[in-house]
Design a protein around this ligand. Structure first.
Ligand code: PAF
Length: 273
């Protein structure tokens, strides 16, 4: 595995590779969720590039950029074990220029749910991904469905700008008790981990209600909110795959999402039905 920190070196190295390239963009502190994306990429492509970059432009001023979990040595080990070809760990000063054209995430989809609580977040995500896509020129790029709105917005930019790559959404990986894996779970103590289970349990309830024939969004959201009590809930939403709110669940085209605070940690989770 090559560990590369400069864009110039990465471009030179990529010139030597003949075949399809899978890109797994990450912010590091790699866990089993990331590993599942990496494994899928390794299986589906001739070469896999993993980027580890805690992207400053997608954090709001009041967010956890400085304390965001970092584990460079651990990330190297994980990538080595997963047979990654290139681990790209660029420096912020190489990735960003003083006065650069900005990318604006599509207004409607980026202003609701995550975008409402984190205005500008998706602009930063697209800004950095546009750079990664141009530097690496991957055949495919892999994203976790846990960040469902991110998946939809990235698909949108790829379509809008006719970018020559495929976006591959990958299933959410959960602990045995149902907690969706997230780098931010390290902020939770044991008691908070138990409270955090309310998110996956509310989604399990939603899934069960749907299986029993309940398709009314309001009725489902009401039951979910009961389970989420007493957490501070940011949103419970039922949308179609383009992130338009729906009053009735339509199977194979619906995402049920929840965002809530456990202590000071904001967690998100969802199911695709
Ligand atoms: O999902 C993430 O970890 C980040 O938003 C991404 C896609 C790596 C961009 O910084």
């Amino acid at each position: 595995m090559q560990v590369i920190t400069t864009i110039c070196e990465l471009k030179e190295h990529l010139k030597t590779l003949q075949g399809s390239i899978g890109l797994v963009p990450t912010m590091g502190a790699l866990h089993k969720g990331h590993i599942s994306l990496i494994e899928k990429s390794v299986k589906e492509n001739d070469f896999t590039v993993v980027s580890v970059f805690v992207n400053p432009t997608q954090f709001l001023p009041n967010e956890d950029l400085d304390k965001y979990p970092r584990n460079e040595e651990g990330d190297k080990k994980v990538c080595e074990l997963c047979k990654v070809d290139v681990l790209f760990m660029p420096l912020a000063k190489e990735m960003y220029f003083e006065d650069e054209p900005l990318i604006k995430a599509p207004a409607k989809i980026a202003s609701i749910l995550e975008g409402a609580t984190r205005p500008g977040h998706f602009d930063g995500v697209l800004r950095v991904l546009n750079k990664f896509f141009n530097i690496v020129r991957p055949t495919r790029a892999y994203f976790g469905k846990k960040d469902a709105q991110q998946v939809a917005i990235v698909k949108n930019i790829v379509k809008t700008f006719f970018m020559p790559l495929e976006i591959v959404p990958c299933d959410i990986i959960r602990e045995a008790d149902g907690l969706a894996l997230s780098s931010r779970n390290v902020y939770l103590d044991e008691e908070q981990k138990l409270s955090a289970l309310k998110l996956s349990r509310s989604l399990l309830k939603a899934g069960n209600l749907i299986k029993s024939g309940e398709m009314d969004s309001n009725a489902i959201k009401l039951e979910m909110k009961k389970i989420l009590e007493p957490l501070k809930v940011d949103y419970v939403a039922i949308v179609d795959r383009e992130f338009r709110e729906v009053s009735k669940v339509e199977l194979e085209n619906t995402i049920i999402l929840v965002a809530a605070y456990v202590g000071n940690t904001r967690l998100i989770d969802n199911i695709w039905v």
